[in-house]
Design a protein around this ligand. Structure first.
Ligand SMILES: C[S@@+](CC[C@H](N)C(=O)[O-])C[C@H]1O[C@@H](n2cnc3c(N)ncnc32)[C@H](O)[C@@H]1O
Length: 252
């Protein structure tokens, strides 16, 4: 519990207010952020609050980060191939559907989460034509997946962009700590296309996250930019770019 940041506790307090009653959910979240059952309960309780659906954003939404994401989605990998974008730990965020809507070249957006409750909610809200794509051949999918096992779902070197908003943070703050986070990073590097990118949106300080990324992904180019401040907490976008000449899924 010592490594749980102050900003994170602020966030949990916000959820408690949001849920309008005290619950054991925040304790469960702090201790078990890598567990499917915890997140199932979180999304179930959150969706039961009102009859009308509202996307839940762990922190800021697409508007705050579109200028970072969309410039990476201008060119398709081949004349017949759509871009492939993966949102790992999508929850019920509007990020994936917004990329699908805003991308003007053909794109396949895959929103994946370990929680079947979150995936079911998203399918209900965004299934069959609920969102108009930026290109009519684009596709939007919601799948139950464990991001520690991405290679069960995707071929090596097949994904152009992976977006992670808060998911790595959740894993790093779980009891099993950085071990799982390291596995996820390796899985991302494995399924990313050469010259593909992983974007991690996070409130973790660059002193810690940059060092970790540089150590875990020595063959990638790693960078950071500030996204903005929300509730007194500063958020960052960490870029992990595979370099075309050096990328090698077997050694990343
Ligand atoms: C902090 S929330 C972020 C949700 C969403 N990206 C957002 O911005 O609102 C972390 C998400 O990661 C999901 N998650 C946790 N462990 C996972 C895993 N091993 N594989 C896939 N998703 C996972 C949780 O279900 C949860 O939706």
């Amino acid at each position: 519990m010592a490594f749980v940041q102050k900003s994170f506790l602020t966030k949990l307090r916000r959820f408690q207010t949001c849920l309008r009653r005290r619950s054991t959910l925040s304790t469960e979240l702090i201790e078990n952020m890598d567990k499917k059952a915890t997140w199932d309960r979180f999304y179930f309780e959150n969706s039961s609050k009102t009859s009308s659906f509202k996307n839940f954003e762990w922190f800021f939404g697409f508007e705050a980060v579109q200028n970072i994401i969309m410039p990476l989605l201008k060119t398709r990998p081949g004349p017949q191939d759509p871009l492939k974008v993966l949102d790992i730990g999508c929850g019920t965020s509007a990020l994936g559907p917004s990329v699908y809507k805003s991308c003007l070249v053909p794109v396949r957006v895959i929103c994946g989460d370990i929680s079947p409750v979150a995936v079911r909610i998203m399918k209900q809200q965004f299934g069959s034509g609920a969102v108009t794509p930026g290109d009519r051949s684009s596709r939007l999918e919601f799948v139950e997946l464990d991001c520690t096992q991405l290679d069960k779902h995707f071929d090596p070197g097949s994904v152009d962009l992976i977006v992670d908003k808060g998911t790595m943070d959740a894993l790093m703050r779980s009891k099993r700590g950085k071990k799982n986070a390291g596995v996820v990073l390796k899985q991302c590097l494995k399924v990313l296309r050469h010259s593909g990118s992983l974007l991690q949106f996070s409130d973790e300080d660059p002193d810690a996250r940059l060092l970790w990324l540089e150590t875990e992904a020595p063959k990638a180019r790693v960078g950071v930019q500030e996204v903005g401040t929300l509730g007194g907490v500063c958020y960052y976008c960490y870029h992990v770019d595979l370099l075309p000449s050096e990328a090698d899924p077997s050694t990343c």
